[in-house]
Design a protein around this ligand. Structure first.
Ligand SMILES: NC(=O)c1ccc[n+]([C@@H]2O[C@H](COP(=O)([O-])OP(=O)(O)OC[C@H]3O[C@@H](n4cnc5c(N)ncnc54)[C@H](OP(=O)(O)O)[C@@H]3O)[C@@H](O)[C@H]2O)c1
Length: 99
């Protein structure tokens, strides 16, 4: 019988509002630590305040389109939390929206 290690840390791209922020809150409620991203620092700061989980939340500003940001975010999450177990690839756009 295999023993599975519970997931401990999640990276949620686009976690400063909307669906990503809701997912971050849910995973924190389940005892996980989360790293959230978004392009704008003020939105991330507001999200960290709203989540109110102190050391279990890491926010990293930048765009998922930027390879350097992606690499730095993963490195910071592993450095802070010791592992990175789940990716919620949430940041995105709807190219068909608009008139
Ligand atoms: N809402 C819906 O009904 C719906 C339906 C189907 C699919 N989706 C998809 O679900 C995802 C979330 O939707 P949502 O409604 O929660 O969106 P939202 O409220 O507009 O939130 C988008 C989040 O992504 C961040 N973001 C946007 N572009 C980014 C980039 N290039 N790099 C990093 N972060 C970025 C935003 O922060 P910044 O602006 O600071 O970057 C924000 O935190 C999207 O992929 C969307 O296409 C949504």
């Amino acid at each position: 019988m295999s023993v599975q290690t519970p997931a401990r840390t999640a990276l949620i791209t686009g976690g400063s509002r909307g669906i990503g922020l809701a997912v971050a809150g849910e995973l924190l409620d389940r005892g996980m630590s989360v790293c959230i991203t978004g392009r704008k620092q003020p939105g991330l700061d507001a999200a960290v305040d709203e989540l109110a989980e102190g050391d279990r939340v890491l926010a990293v500003a930048g765009s998922t389109a930027d390879p350097e940001h992606r690499a730095r975010t993963v490195a910071l999450a592993v450095e802070r939390f010791g592992s990175l177990d789940i990716l919620v690839n949430n940041a995105g756009i709807n190219p068909t929206s608009g008139p």
